[in-house]
Design a protein around this ligand. Structure first.
Ligand SMILES: [Mg+2]
Length: 405
């Protein structure tokens, strides 16, 4: 089997770069620039320029604290529509190089170029990556860092190495050749590996495992003894740069659902609405994770006497934001409760009839606020995705979704 050729393309300081292009309040020229904050009433930093980061300003930091650290910074709101537009522009340029593009976040794209060797006349992957970078820069005025290798794991870590930082010589592209994965991995801490979150790190540190070097000293059996079969094997592979996950252009799924069986039956409408909000929130996050949009929202209700009922609504355009999914789900729950009023044992939200996000023919509504609460705007989507990203990086409590409504 020939080695896979996978790239991760990641826009550099995406929100700051886009804010500079959109240029509100002269952001284009501001060295100390912070994007985020009070304009969205969430009061956190979404992104800061390299110069502001030098003062200790970080993403997800409360804005008040950021401004104490860097009092001369210009704060501008996130230019949501421009971000969405730029994100699609980058995706479109990348799809010219291969159809197998998986959008991992608003500014991160995995590409699988396996099998394109002939098409590119045997061009080394790093050379293709440099052309890609140049095209994106020419056509979107944004700069990418691109990492490459035989897996998504290697490509992701290589993109971090490629990232140009002031005073460092990285030129924006770093490709790890086939066979060099294990050596490449030795420079990383376990915390650098995707999905090794704070809780896992703490467990690992109890066995003296903090870096990849710590892990490769042990055989698979020892890791399995400490961490269990699944996680022990997973870590053994990752530490050697092994990751077989494919790049998914669109994930196959028929429906995504979340439900909850209550410890005691619930009859209070406000309590049911609160559970519905959390279920809608999780189901829509699953859909966004899969890079999909859903057209049909279904609410399932099981009454105390075990009668199970459901109500669905199919929308004219597909949605993915928790705000709209919740708005539709509330209508459906109200309809079910009006038809039969009895304490509930179980409540569920399902999303189905998927289309792929950003796919051709998808209707994007660009108005910044929509009069119909069940019409999803581009802004809803971007806000939802950004909250996913911040939560992934900083934990589930970093931002409250409710506050974004
Ligand atoms: Mg980025």
């Amino acid at each position: 089997m020939t080695a896979r050729r996978i790239l991760l393309a990641d826009a550099d300081a995406f929100y700051v770069a886009v804010a500079r292009l959109a240029d509100p309040q002269g952001a284009g020229k501001a060295r100390l620039l912070i994007v985020g904050g009070s304009a969205e009433r969430r009061g956190v930093v979404m992104s800061a320029s390299y110069e502001a980061r030098a003062y200790g300003v970080r993403s997800a930091m409360p804005m008040a604290r950021a401004l104490r650290l860097c009092r001369d910074a210009l704060v501008v709101p996130v230019p949501w529509e421009t971000c969405a537009h730029k994100s699609r522009e980058i995706g479109a340029v990348l799809r010219r190089f291969t159809p197998v593009v998986e959008q991992a976040s608003s500014d991160e794209f995995y590409l699988d170029l396996s099998g394109t060797e002939q098409l590119y006349g045997g061009e080394p992957l790093a050379v293709t990556a440099r052309r890609m970078r140049e095209d994106v820069r020419n056509e979107t005025a944004l700069s990418l860092s691109i990492g490459g290798g035989t897996s998504k794991l290697i490509a992701k870590l290589a993109a971090g190495v490629a990232k140009p930082v002031p005073g460092c010589s990285a030129d924006g592209v770093h490709v790890v050749p086939p066979g060099a994965e294990a050596d490449f991995m030795l420079q990383f801490a376990l915390a650098d590996i995707p999905f090794v979150g704070p809780k896992f790190q703490e467990r690992l540190s109890r066995f003296g495992l903090r870096t990849v070097r710590d892990v490769v000293r042990h055989d698979r059996d020892a890791l399995v003894r400490w961490l269990g079969e699944r996680e022990g094997t997973w870590l053994y592979d990752r530490a050697r740069g092994i990751d077989r996950a494919p790049v998914h252009a669109v994930r196959e799924a028929k429906s995504v659902s979340r439900d909850e069986t209550f410890a005691t039956d619930l009859d209070d409408d406000a309590a049911l609405a609160a559970r519905l909000l959390s279920l809608a929130d999780r189901a829509s996050a699953d859909v966004r994770d899969a890079g999909l949009l859903a057209r049909t929202v279904t609410v399932k209700l099981r009454d105390a006497d075990f009668t199970t009922r459901q109500a669905s609504r199919t929308l004219r355009s597909a949605v993915e934001s928790d705000r709209v999914v919740y708005a539709v789900a509330r209508e459906l729950l109200a309809r079910l409760r009006a038809a039969r009023r009895m304490p509930a044992r179980l409540l569920g939200v399902a999303l189905s009839q998927f289309v792929s996000a950003g796919g051709d023919g998808q209707l994007f509504l660009l108005e910044s606020s929509s009069p119909d609460a069940t019409l999803e705007t581009e802004r809803d989507r971007i806000i939802s995705r950004m909250i996913d990203e911040v939560r992934e990086k900083f934990g589930p409590d970093a931002l409250s979704r409710g506050a974004a409504r």
